[in-house]
Each structure stands twice: as structure tokens, then as C-alpha cells.
Design a protein around this ligand. Structure first.
Ligand code: FEO
Ligand code: CA
Ligand code: CA
Length: 673
């Protein structure tokens, strides 16, 4: 979330039945809020794990259980931490944390030291870690090493108030081409060779693996839309050679050892100096600015002026695959997975070992997607074609209330996005789009036409490692129409968010139907202690674990669900007692949620990955010090005192810095246990 959070403003003009219409009916039908666990939770987990396909790639036959089962150790084993509005990292008793990979830290032997005054030029920034760390994955350097690996991370955006000098901010120094280039270099990806030495993680410099990808690095466009005229520009008539990745939000990773980065709010980087709004319907649907953009790149880089370079924006908004082990490889933008504001991507397998990728489009009233590859993954064939993400079917989700028979679960279906799919008026998608490439480039418009369900801002999605069930954060939605509200779902503006989960029919990730329920409806029982009020949240939300705006979401290998928040840290009003943004752990069976971490002032907690032994969890602290409209916003202009709201991570630093925090148990045990 930036200070200018455009995600919450819907650009979807369609009247498809809203997700909340069906949530309220499903919730009320099974008495979700009255019973807490409800029938849904029971039926969700009564299928033996051995019967579940997908997720773990384990085809081991079911084993007869012992007649006297051993006592089951609780999934969560730490003491919850309380909320706070401090300016540090709070972790449970018995845990420790270390900060590294900060914005501006060196990545190469010729990287200049961070000045702390934002006086770095573009060339210097390109040799340092980028800003605002987000999605991230740890790849063991060899085997299952938990002491040396490649930590790959996104740098989603920059905070101009900290990223540029006071003279730029107050306008005494003109906005320059170098400022634009520096901003572009602060975005993108870092590949960092990291190593555990004497109990401390460090970045290995120099290392042949260390790499920066920025908003001007070369990329290849692959898949069905590659080469399409809409992807051709004056600099690239092939339509296959894109420049740059930016606003990289969450991530995914593949079983064949590559990193997936997700291009989210690319629209915020395109504008025009022409003075005339010449956007077409697609560019409006994706939210390009009518005039100048907030990032001001078009002022010195014509590529970002849509009146001058009509098609450049169509080359952004994709899932991008990066081979972190080959620093000379050109990353691939996989057009087969569609063009949306990609939050993250979670991969699993169908029962016949096709690759299935789940994805959310983070905007108020936008959709959830699924890609199913044509080819199958064969782990035993290391030299097999690894372009599995170039061919397959793209679906969008429709959440329905299910049969009115007392069934505990809602139902849903996956609608195929291809030219043969029926739309209104006896037509099909082929009447709107001439080719599959056009459908993929205009994914949102195709999904509008087929009746996908508008959601409360889909953020991260994750797949349970054993059951294959899929969990998705719906962070909040201030743009819900008042006529969508009733007694069962009374939040006219969804300020807290929820987590929905679904099980594919037959436990096959390639199925085209599913059942769903809500895992948690976030709320605030401190502010609203009346449990009959939906503002207090579902029964697994308590005065001790209350939170708002779930965003980052991931299962660890044991099936603990890690929930990260990106919401209000006002700690007053409807957010009373919720403190700063935080990270919580949940048990998917009991539904218990327990707070594990509280972040510093103004931050968002986002991005998560583990060493294979699960003794270390890496978490990103994004935009510390970003105060927005916070009640405690500093009186001082950040140009005068950048440290007025946050000094994290080091009080002696010149300004707050996004960074990675690695957390471990002091006794060396598995985190979360
Ligand atoms: Fe980049 Fe939707 O968070
Ligand atoms: Ca996010
Ligand atoms: Ca968010």
C-alpha cells in the first residue's frame, strides 16, 4: 500500500453478482458467526489427507493408521505477542530477529555505501538493494542447504519522501532524467547470495549470483500473446522484447527452481504530457492515468507517455519467471497467465501433474484466476521443457451460494477464458476478441464479459501443502455499494477484510468446480464486543488477535498459515487496539489465530520464505515511516525530518528503510512451533 493507494478505487464497471452477495447467504445459512468453526470447517477437513491430491507431489499409498494414535503436538507453540504502536520489531519470547538486505545496502563489490541522505544518483542506486521489499523466496544454493542460498526479492515501489533529497521534494531542484532513472533503478528485483555465518545472515559480496533487475532491464515476452501487434512498440517491432519490470508485488516459485515475480500496479507509471486523455477502454479498465502519473516517469522517458508510445503499457502486468541461478538469463514474461494487477501466484499440481497456478487481481471488485498448464511436470526429467507456463488454460472464478439444501459450503466454478466461452446475448468471447492473445492482453475485460465474481481486493493466495486446499486474502473494500449490505453482511465498507478458502472438486486442482467457505472474517471485538455484530469478526477473532487487512499469506511446509497485514495502523476508531501492521499464524484445522510479530511505525509486513529446515523465516518490512493520513502523522515535513515518524531499522540512520528481517528461535527450533 502506498500513500496513494489506488487499489481501493474500483475500475470495474460491470454488474456481475458481488462476492459479498454470496458470502452473506453462505455465511448466514450455516450460522458461521454463531458457531465459530461451523459445519464448514468440519466438512473441510474430514477427508483423510491421503485421499487429497495436489500440493506435495507425493503419491505414497495410504498407510493404515495405528490403533492408538500418538498424541498430536499442537501446530502453534509460541506465546502470542500483544499489539503495539512502537517503532521496532516485536517477536515472541524465545525468538530473535536480525535485519539485513536494507534499501541501499551494497550488492556488488563496486556498490557505493548508502549515504542516508538520498543523494545517490541512478547509477549508484542500480548497484544497491532496491526499495520497499515485498515478495521473496529462498533457494538453497545446493541441495537443501539451510545455511547458504539465493534470496530473491521484489522491490515494489519507492517512497518519494524518503527516496529523493529534500531539494527534490520541496521543488528547489527540478525533476530530472536522473531522478526518473534512479526511481526506475529503485524498483525491480534483487537476487542476493546469502549465507549464515556465526549465527548471523549476511549478503555475500562479491558473488556471481548477485543481480539487480530494474524497470529498464531486458525481458522476453513469451506465450500466446508474444509478438501480437498490441505488444509492438517503436523500439521493439517484434513485440517480444520488453524493457523492465516494476511494481513487483508478491511472488511465487516453481518446482523447477525458478522465481516468479508479479507485476501489480503497472498502471501508475503511465501518463501523458499531451494534455489530452486519449486512453482507450482497455487502458481505462486497467486504470492508466488520464493525465500525468504519480511516478512522473513520462516526463523524461517517452516510453511511459501513452500518447507517444501507445502500446508500452500492454507489455506490463504479467507473471515473470526468473532463473536466479543463471545471472545472464533473460527473464520471461509469461503472457499465458493473463494480464492483470498480479498480486502473487501459488503453484500446485493437478492429479495428472499439470501445473496449476492461482492468482488474484488486487483491486476493489476484481477477480481471482487459475491457470492450468497443457504440459505435465516430470520431476524425474530435469532436462525436460520448463516452459510449462507458456501453454495452458486460463480461468476466472465465480463464487456461488450453492444449493439451498442446507449444504454447509458455497459452491463455485472456474470459467474458461477462451473464444468459445458463452457471454450474454447468445454470443461468445470470440465475438469480442479476435484471438486468444487479445483475451490474454485484456484479461480483465474478458473476465467482465463471462460473469466472474467481483471480490474484496484479492491479495495473496496459498495452497495447503498436504490437503491442496487454497486460501486467499481479501484485504478490504471501501468501495462496496450500499445496496450490497444486509443483516448477514452488515459492513457497508469492509474495513477489516477476510480470508476465503476452497477445495477443488475431487481434490483435483484442475477441476472446474469447487466448494468454499470463509476461514476468517476479520473484525475488532475490542471496538465491537457484541459478538452478534459482524464488525466484531468471526468467532476465531478475539480481543487478543484482532487485526485488519490480511494481505501476505503463505503456508509453511507443516501447514501453519502465516498471515501478514497491510492495513490501518491508526489504532483508533474502528482500528482501536489493533496497533501496527503485524504477522499472525493460524491453524487451518482448529482455526486458531495467534499474533507472532508486530512491525514498526507505518510499515506493512509482506513477503515470506523459510530455510528448508524451517529454523529461519525471512519476512519483509515494507515502507516503514509511511504515514499517509495517520492520526499521528508528524507535523514536520519529511523533507525537513525524514525520521519524524519512523527511525527503523536504525535510529542513527538518515531515514527509515525497507528491509528483510530474519527470525529464529533462540534454542534453534522450528519457527512457529
Ligand atoms: Fe502490492 Fe496488493 O499489494
Ligand atoms: Ca500486498
Ligand atoms: Ca495490500
Amino acid at each position: 500500500m502506498s500513500a496513494f493507494d489506488l487499489d481501493d478505487i474500483p475500475t470495474n464497471p460491470t454488474a456481475n453478482p458481488h462476492f459479498n452477495d454470496v458470502v452473506k447467504s453462505a455465511v448466514s445459512r450455516r450460522g458461521f458467526l454463531k458457531t465459530g468453526l461451523g459445519l464448514g470447517a468440519v466438512s473441510f477437513f474430514t477427508i483423510p489427507l491421503a485421499a487429497c491430491g495436489g500440493g506435495d507431489g507425493d503419491d505414497t499409498p495410504a498407510v493404515t493408521p495405528p490403533t492408538t494414535p500418538a498424541p498430536v503436538k499442537p501446530l502453534l507453540g509460541f506465546k502470542a505477542v500483544a499489539t503495539n504502536s512502537g517503532d521496532g520489531i516485536t517477536v515472541p519470547e524465545g525468538y530473535q530477529s536480525q535485519v539485513f538486505c536494507r534499501w541501499g545496502d551494497p550488492l556488488f563489490s563496486n556498490s557505493p555505501a548508502w549515504t542516508g541522505r538520498a543523494t545517490e544518483d541512478a547509477a549508484a542506486q542500480a548497484l544497491q538493494f532496491g526499495d520497499n521489499n515485498d515478495g521473496m523466496h529462498y533457494f538453497p544454493l545446493t541441495g537443501t542447504s539451510s545455511t547458504e542460498g539465493l534470496l530473491v526479492m521484489n522491490h515494489e515501489y519507492i517512497n518519494p519522501e524518503f527516496f529523493f533529497t529534500a531539494a527534490i521534494q520541496d521543488g528547489t531542484q527540478a525533476w530530472s532524467a536522473d531522478n526518473v532513472r534512479k526511481s526506475q533503478a529503485g524498483h525491480g528485483i534483487s537476487v542476493a547470495h546469502v549465507k549464515l555465518e556465526n549465527g548471523q545472515w549476511k549478503v555475500v559480496v562479491p558473488s556471481k549470483y548477485n543481480r539487480r533487475l530494474t524497470a529498464y532491464s531486458p525481458f522476453t515476452l513469451t506465450g500466446p500473446a508474444a509478438g501480437h501487434p498490441l505488444l509492438q512498440t517503436s523500439a521493439d517491432t517484434s513485440g517480444t522484447l520488453a524493457l523492465g519490470t516494476f511494481n513487483n508485488c508478491g511472488n511465487g516459485f516453481t518446482p523447477w527452481g525458478t522465481y516468479l515475480t508479479c507485476e501489480e500496479n503497472f498502471n501508475g507509471y503511465f501518463g501523458t504530457l499531451s494534455g489530452t486523455d486519449t486512453r482507450n477502454a482497455s487502458q481505462r479498465r486497467y486504470g492508466l492515468s488520464a493525465g500525468v502519473s504519480g511516478n512522473r516517469w513520462e516526463e523524461h522517458d517517452a516510453r511511459f507517455d501513452y500518447a507517444k508510445e501507445r502500446n508500452e503499457s500492454y507489455r506490463h502486468g504479467y507473471i515473470v519467471e526468473i532463473d536466479p541461478f543463471d545471472p545472464t538469463s533473460v527473464p520471461k514474461k509469461r503472457t499465458a497467465l493473463g494480464r492483470i494487477k498480479h498480486e502473487n501466484v501459488a503453484l500446485t499440481f493437478s492429479t495428472d501433474k499439470r501445473v496449476v497456478a492461482y492468482m488474484g487481481d488486487d483491486q476493489a471488485n476484481d477477480y481471482v484466476y487459475k491457470f492450468v498448464s497443457e504440459g505435465k511436470y516430470d520431476a524425474a526429467a530435469p532436462n525436460a521443457d520448463r516452459n510449462l507456463l507458456d501453454n495452458g488454460r486460463l480461468y476466472v472464478a465465480q463464487f456461488n451460494a450453492g444449493a439451498a439444501t442446507g449444504d454447509a459450503m458455497g459452491t463455485g466454478r472456474w470459467i474458461l477464458l477462451d473464444r468459445g466461452t458463452p457471454i450474454s446475448g447468445g454470443r461468445n468471447l470470440g465475438d469480442l476478441f479476435a484471438t486468444q492473445a487479445e483475451i490474454l492482453i485484456n484479461t480483465r475485460l474478458a473476465a467482465d464479459a463471462v460473469g466472474a465474481t467481483p471480490m474484496d481486493r484479492p491479495e495473496w493466495v496459498t495452497v495447503h501443502p498436504k490437503t491442496g486446499e487454497v486460501y486467499l486474502t481479501l484485504t478490504n473494500n471501501s468501495s462496496r455499494a450500499a445496496d450490497k449490505v444486509d443483516d448477514a453482511n452488515p459492513r457497508a465498507a469492509n474495513v477489516y477484510g477476510q480470508i476465503v478458502r476452497w477445495r477443488e472438486t475431487g481434490n483435483d486442482a484442475a477441476a472446474i468446480t469447487f466448494e468454499w467457505d470463509l476461514f476468517v472474517l476479520a473484525g475488532n471485538p475490542i471496538r465491537t464486543p457484541d459478538r452478534g455484530n459482524l464488525a466484531s469478526g468471526s468467532a476465531n477473532v478475539t480481543v487478543d488477535n484482532t487485526f485488519n487487512s490480511p494481505d501476505g499469506l503463505a503456508f509453511d511446509a507443516d501447514g501453519r498459515l502465516w498471515i501478514q497485514t497491510d492495513g490501518s495502523f491508526a489504532n483508533t476508531g474502528v482500528y482501536q487496539g489493533q496497533g501496527n501492521n503485524q504477522m499472525l499464524l493460524a491453524d487451518p484445522v482448529t482455526k486458531e489465530i495467534r499474533r507472532f510479530l508486530v512491525g514498526p511505525s507505518g510499515c506493512e509486513v509482506t513477503g515470506i520464505t523459510w530455510t528448508p529446515d524451517q529454523k529461519y523465516v525471512f519476512v519483509n518490512i515494507q515502507h516503514p515511516g509511511e504515514y499517509g493520513s495517520h492520526p499521528r502523522r508528524p507535523a514536520a515535513d519529511p523533507a525537513v525530518d525524514p525520521l519524524a515518524f519512523s527511525k527503523w531499522p536504525e535510529a542513527s540512520g538518515g531515514r527509515p528503510r525497507a528491509a528483510t528481517v530474519v527470525i529464529s528461535r533462540i534454542d534453534g527450533g522450528v519457527v512457529g512451533t
